[in-house]
Design a protein around this ligand. Sequence first.
Ligand code: S3P
Length: 424
Amino acid sequence: MTDLALSGPGGSFKATVTVPGDKSVSHRALMFAAMAEGDSIVTGLGPGEDIASTIAALECLGVTIIGEQVRSPGVKGWHGPREPIDCGNSGTTMRQLAGILSTSPIQVTLTGDPSLSSRPMTRLVAPLEALGGVISVSPDGTAPLVVGGATSVHGASVSISVASAQVRTAFEYGALVADTASTIDSPAGFRDHTERWLTAVGRGHWSSPTAFTVEPGSLPPARYEVPGDPSSAAYLWATAAIEPGAVITTPGISLNPGRLGFLQILDDMGAIVHAEVTGSTGGDPVGTVTVEGGDLHGISIDGDLVASSLDELPLVAVVAAYAEGITSVSDAAELRTKESDRIDAVVAMLRSLEGGIEPRPDGFDVVGTGFLAGGTIDTASDHRIAMAGAVAATKALDTVIITDAEVASVSWPGFYATMESLWS
Ligand code: S3P
């Protein structure tokens, strides 16, 4: 566990940065390639530890991954390891694998680190059991999960109330081996990478604005180009947004609408935001995003905007502290189920820098003054808290110490060096 001391203020800058491959798309590209029989190519994979967890897990199941090449016997040829598969810190690895394995004939135990082992997994059970999938969770609704050993997998129609791309994706993967089509209805407004890819390969379609129908069948081996991660770029966008005159340009970013809530928030708060589509990959539009800093003011954030900015809400708290006035975040109780309880962790982070913040059951209110002091931030072993803290440090009045700073490697191993390079 390494503490990192960061000294602001960084001041104004003008920079262009290519950010690492998107974490959500990387997980999906690997899963899609591993379910298909044959050789697939995945370029631009995210470098973080969560993606390494997915690669290691798939290798335990009989998939060979060397560089950009994924060679698989197809999901029907996967073999079940005797030892549990360790999903590390990665909820997306665990939940997506649970979906695929629950409707497979092999039985596997999925474990994770202490953070992942405390996250809610019961939400997977009803949708997967509706397909005839087999899944058991521990008595408190968490990992270890025991999944698979299904004997009859049938089409099902389910509705879920939680806005979770991971649960929706798990169901859709599981439904690929059912005897007839299956439909999942879920709240609108969050990332739809899986559905775009299933549509592109003819294995599904939106049957209503909120319901996706999966057509069972095999997946073809394919070439996947992973775009830049908007959730990583967000730290750079925020660093520019809070510094009048600073400009950051990030090319090659996924512009999936379910990922762009944070850009909307920066725009609403008074930053200058431009997004230009330059191409597409895997059904996602891809483009260049430029953010220019301005005088920011507080806003209210709720509803669909929360769904499309969920992973960026810790960062919103930092931006809000450097804005004038109150920023309220509500409808975001899901933050309590992430790598840490991100409402408690964000409140502790801002208070340790003498920022004004009050928790709510489903969010927080930040009283922005334009200033944060120095202090020591407890990351709660959560990569997004560590990286939000580093953004806070760029303008803080004194040194900011980030405890357990290397946790940023969960999504972006070179993060601190990239931040430093903005001023060089
Ligand atoms: C993800 C979905 C979101 C997000 C997570 C990645 C995904 O989680 O917070 O970082 O890749 O599907 P939920 O689906 O649990 O909300």
